[in-house]
Design a protein around this ligand. Structure first.
Ligand code: PLP
Length: 361
């Protein structure tokens, strides 16, 4: 099929054009309205983007039902994560309190790198046997610590694509006012697990110790433009804003994000294609008899047959077919995180996967 968004026909990957299924990107492309905004902004890039910045903030505030004073943009949600860990730990330091950062492991790296940069101790809590985050273990780690705990929780988690029960999480948030919750909802749009509720509702309700980060890198496909944001109380947003440079997102990023946010048709298609791609992968894994968890993101974390010789060897086999699949997660040597491409790409990919993983059984 010809892609509606890139105008390209699917062609099998080759040495010169490898199929990238390793960074949880959006292979579909971007909103045509975002593309138009990008093409049209070249004559304006000599100007500072004050107004476009304020317009994106206002649009996001309206989208989430919060005030503009509760939204802080970042150069990708990665920057928001760094800024929030920096700001909350400094506030604790000013109050004479040490900070620890508590997170399930494995999870997305930004929580670790932000903590390492600040020399903050990290309490990593291993996943449960079903590969879901261990809420009780996380909670115990916080209750154990005299000082400020920051819980960095990706819901859904990366690399596993599992969610934690929102009801259970919310009850914890409400019962632990001294603990700060940084909830990373990079993959929120792709969730199908019914135990999940979007945590922006908790910011709307005014829970003071919770902050949600979101990104335009996944559903919207704007990873290269680096646009993310946080939602929090206005007071915390004021604190966070002090740690972000003025206008962290450039003009193209602001305009493309604004256009994409308004393009509900693109969002609908992007989600539909991702879920189709996910079905193709899940059906293949079922056929191969391989376990997987979630999946609630634009990727699937799945088991490898022992006979393939671990993740590295599997990656090597796939790379010979010009397909780049996910990386090592040390505690999960026998698993792989497969990012989802378009349905055409995943039909090709899973056919190869059947060959590579089927024949070694
Ligand atoms: N949060 C999670 C859980 C992710 O997996 C990723 C990217 O893979 C990000 C945040 C980073 O997104 P951004 O491009 O907005 O920095």
């Amino acid at each position: 099929h010809q892609s509606h968004y890139t105008g390209r026909m699917f062609t099998p990957p080759s040495a010169g054009q490898r199929l990238h299924l390793n960074f949880n990107e959006n292979n579909l492309g971007i909103s045509p309205l975002a593309r138009e905004a990008l093409e049209g902004c070249l004559t304006q890039v000599n100007r500072y983007p004050d107004a476009p910045h304020a317009e994106l903030v206002a649009a996001l505030a309206e989208h989430h039902g919060v005030s503009a004073a509760q939204v802080v943009l970042g150069a990708g949600s990665s920057q928001s994560i760094h800024v929030i860990i920096e700001a909350v730990s400094r506030r604790a330091q000013d109050a004479g309190q040490p900070t620890q950062v508590v997170m399930p492991l494995p999870t997305f790296d930004a929580g670790l790198t932000a903590s390492a940069a600040r020399r903050l101790p990290v309490r990593g809590i291993p996943l449960l046997d079903n590969l879901e985050a261990d809420l009780k273990g996380l909670r115990a780690a916080c209750e154990d610590f005299a000082g400020q705990s920051i819980v960095y929780l990706c819901n859904p988690n990366n690399p596993t694509g599992t969610v934690v029960s929102s009801a259970e999480l919310k009850a914890w948030v409400q019962s632990a006012p001294q603990t700060f919750f940084l909830i990373d909802e990079a993959y929120v749009e792709f969730v199908t697990d019914t135990r999940f509720e979007e945590a922006d509702a908790w910011v709307r309700e005014g829970l003071p110790n919770v902050c949600v980060v979101r990104t335009f890198s996944k559903l919207h496909g704007l990873a290269g433009l680096r646009v993310g944001y946080s939602l929090s109380t206005a007071e915390d947003a004021g604190l966070f804003a002090g740690f972000v440079p003025e206008m962290p997102v450039n003009l193209p990023g602001l305009l493309a994000a604004r256009a994409s946010l308004a393009d509900t048709e693109f969002q609908r298609r992007s989600l539909e294609q991702t879920l189709q791609a996910r079905d193709i992968v899940v059906q293949t894994l079922d056929r191969l008899g391989l376990r997987y968890v979630g999946p609630n993101g634009n990727f699937v974390f799945h088991e490898l047959p022992a006979s393939v010789g671990g993740n590295r060897s599997y990656r090597h086999r796939m790379s010979e077919l010009h397909i780049v699949v996910g990386r090592d997660f040390p505690a999960y040597e026998g698993w792989n995180r497969l990012s989802l491409g378009t349905p055409d790409e995943m039909r090709h990919m899973t056919a190869q996967m059947m060959e590579v993983l089927g024949q070694v059984e």
